[in-house]
Design a binder for this molecule. Structure first.
Ligand SMILES: Cc1cc2nc3c(=O)[nH]c(=O)nc-3n(C[C@H](O)[C@H](O)[C@H](O)COP(=O)(O)O)c2cc1C
Length: 177
């Protein structure tokens, strides 16, 4: 494949498309290795990723469930949404928490941007995988103090959401722009 194809065929794949099979850890290794080659001003390498798998992943999914129950105002509560969260455990293979540690050496936005570039590298790495796929979610308590602390980030660090990784039998490449 050429670079244009990697970029244009990169697709987000969602929970309903995940079969529940486990993605090999070797895919995670490649994603994380490529993530750290993202650029960062003054080479502050601000991203902080943490991978949740197996029982740890199941416990994080239980946190998403609790977060939804405790933090959703009653007028917005949606049983269908809660039922969907309850499928996460059996569908998602790995969850990568996306964190950022501000260095104080450059403006915060630059380090948020650098972290997003690292996530893009992870997304693009999946272009070589016939079945491993996923998406960046900014839901599920992303950005909250609750998730910052739970994912092991220190005070002042930014929790920027999660990359949900799963096994997809038939990956899509088509999209609208
Ligand atoms: C920062 C960021 C946050 C996102 N958050 C969500 C999300 O919370 N829920 C979701 O379904 N998709 C989320 N997405 C994925 C987008 O829905 C997806 O990129 C978009 O539909 C375009 O599809 P593509 O990635 O296949 O090109 C997010 C993407 C980015 C970059």
């Amino acid at each position: 494949m050429k670079i244009d194809e990697y970029i244009q065929h990169r697709r987000s794949h969602f929970i309903k498309e995940f079969s529940g099979k486990t993605v090999p850890d070797s895919v995670l290794d490649k994603m994380l290795e490529n993530a750290r080659w993202a650029p960062s001003h003054k080479l502050t390498l601000p991203w902080r990723f943490r991978v949740f798998s197996g029982d740890e992943k199941n416990k994080l999914c239980e946190q998403f469930e609790k977060y939804y129950i405790e933090k959703t105002p009653s007028e917005k509560f949606d049983q269908i949404k809660l039922d969907k969260i309850r499928t996460y455990k059996s569908k998602i293979s790995h969850i990568i928490s996306i964190g950022m540690k501000p260095s104080g050496k450059v403006p915060e936005w630059e380090e948020l941007a650098a972290t997003a570039m690292a996530v893009q590298n992870m997304y693009l790495t999946l272009g070589d995988e016939p079945h491993a796929a996923g998406y960046w979610t900014s839901g599920n308590g992303a950005g909250s103090e609750w998730m910052r602390a739970y994912t092991g980030l220190e005070e002042g660090d930014k929790q920027m959401g999660f990359f949900f990784l799963g096994w997809v039998d038939q990956k899509r490449v088509e999209a609208v722009r």
